[in-house]
Design a protein around this ligand. Structure first.
Ligand code: ATP
Ligand code: MG
Length: 434
């Protein structure tokens, strides 16, 4: 059922150009979770995941890989930014909250599955409830026969009552309250709810809305929440993946030791036990972090991996480098990914009756401008393509109004050159000055 490494890479290839080393590394790591899960428990307990660091310049696809991965894996997955955590003792989110987030994702996953399992049963119960109300509510004119329960049920399932207003009993939602960000959430409603069980309220709804409301309630009733939590914790512990982005930003001795930098190393030190394996307390229960897979990403441009505290470095045995993107990569990124930049802009403008048609040499020209701009000013990787595209279509985007019938615009290299002629000239000049 689980994807093979090859399939994972294939899937990633649909969105990310190049970077095959990084794709392979994450694909193997993911598959190893599956392989491990098939082993007997004694063996399984001896195999810890090989955590990964993805290193590469800005805008070459690190975060994009994480984003695509998260859609791909069926395992609990969270993507977090290292920069949003602060050292324990400082105001802010402590790193343990990433584990709490992971478990929350896992709980939602398991719950969704269970809800699907009980949906049929729940809808039968809901139908019975609503039809009984409809049956009792019916106004029968003199001389008419009231509708039978069967007839009402039939009409109900055919949607005849959808807009009719009925009154049903619903239980009040317990209020969720986080006392303080990061300190751990306490479910006040659940707590008080336990003392004063389920307050019911009578409310008026259309049958359609009542069906929805009662469904949720009924499913909740049919699900064993303790079992859900236990399964969710098991999955988070065994299959959980945490992607920590911007890892390089919490590393390094750069600034002069004041401001938020003080706690950077502290955050690293806090992350250490989590990566190393410890137990974190969550509102769903205790979670062991030993087998969670961690993938870190960062540019590691100013601060180096070697600047990480050594113990932490040691827990990331796999380091993969993402390459700087070349002109050829840019050309492919423009059109090949499923959500390519061309695809995005073409679809946007189609709404206003403009069909964009890019010639191959136009793409070539744009890719080459991107490469030059990255070289001569800041290297921002593929993000450069977005700025170029914005600029290229500035006039068209502004003037398109949808008032005219469909029009096809041919964008060739001459058009591109024309828009960027000032830039290109100034770059040529720069070359000579340097
Ligand atoms: N190899 C690639 N293939 C396709 N699209 C890419 C590639 N690299 C980057 N992009 C696109 O460029 C944009 C920025 O990429 P991404 O967010 O992955 O950068 P990053 O490597 O995480 O950079 P940073 O270090 O600044 O966080 C995204 O829109 C992404 O789709
Ligand atoms: Mg990023």
């Amino acid at each position: 059922m689980s994807l093979t490494p090859r399939q994972i890479v294939e899937e990633l290839d649909k969105y990310i150009i190049g970077q095959s080393e990084a794709k392979k590394a994450v694909a193997v790591a993911l598959r190893n979770r599956y392989r491990r899960s098939k082993l007997p428990k004694e063996v399984r307990d001896e195999i810890t995941p090989k955590n990964i660091i993805m290193k590469g310049p800005t805008g070459v696809g690190k975060t994009e890989i994480a984003r695509r991965l998260s859609k791909l894996v069926k395992a609990p997955f969270v993507k977090v930014e290292a920069t949003k955590y602060t050292e324990v003792g400082y105001v802010g989110r402590d790193v343990e909250s990433m584990i709490r987030d992971l478990v929350a994702v896992s709980v939602r996953m398991v719950k969704d599955e269970k809800m699907k399992e009980v949906a049929d049963k729940a809808s039968v119960n809901v139908a019975a409830k609503i039809c009984e109300i409809l049956y009792k509510n019916q106004e029968v004119k003199e001389g008419d026969e009231p509708k039978s329960r069967e007839q009402i049920k039939l009409d109900y399932f055919n949607g005849k009552y959808d807009d009719q207003i009925i009154e049903i009993e619903v239980s009040e939602q317990p209020k969720q309250m986080g006392l303080m960000e990061g300190v751990g959430e306490i479910n006040i409603g659940g707590f008080i709810g336990g003392l004063f069980p389920n307050r019911k309220q009578r409310k008026k709804f259309t049958v359609l809305k009542a069906k929805e409301t009662l469904m949720a309630e009924e499913e909740e009733k049919l699900i064993d929440n303790d079992a859900v939590n236990a399964e969710a914790i098991r999955r988070a512990e065994e299959d959980g993946i945490i992607f920590i982005d911007e890892m390089d930003k919490i590393i390094g001795k750069t600034a002069g030791g004041n401001g938020p930098d003080v706690s950077r190393e502290g955050v690293q030190r806090d992350i250490l036990p989590i990566v190393e394996g410890s137990t974190v307390n969550t509102k769903f229960g205790n979670v062991k972090t030993d087998f969670i897979l961690f993938i870190c990403a960062g540019a590691f441009h100013v601060s180096k991996i070697e600047d990480m505290i050594p113990e932490l470095q040691g827990r990331f045995p796999i380091v993969v480098e993402l390459n700087s993107l070349t002109k050829d990569d840019f050309k492919r990124i423009l059109k090949e990914p499923k959500n390519s930049i061309i695809f995005q802009y073409s679809n946007l403008l189609k709404v206003d009756n403009i069909e964009l048609n890019f010639t191959d040499d136009a793409l070539e020209e744009m890719a080459s401008i991107a490469a030059i701009e990255n070289e001569t000013s800041e290297n921002i990787g593929a993000r450069r393509l977005h700025t170029i595209m914005e600029r290229l279509l500035e006039d068209i985007s502004f003037n398109a109004s949808g008032d005219y019938p469909l029009q096809t615009l041919n964008i060739d290299s001459t058009y591109v050159k024309n828009v960027f002629k000032d830039n290109i000239k100034s770059h040529d000049l720069k070359k000579y000055i340097i």
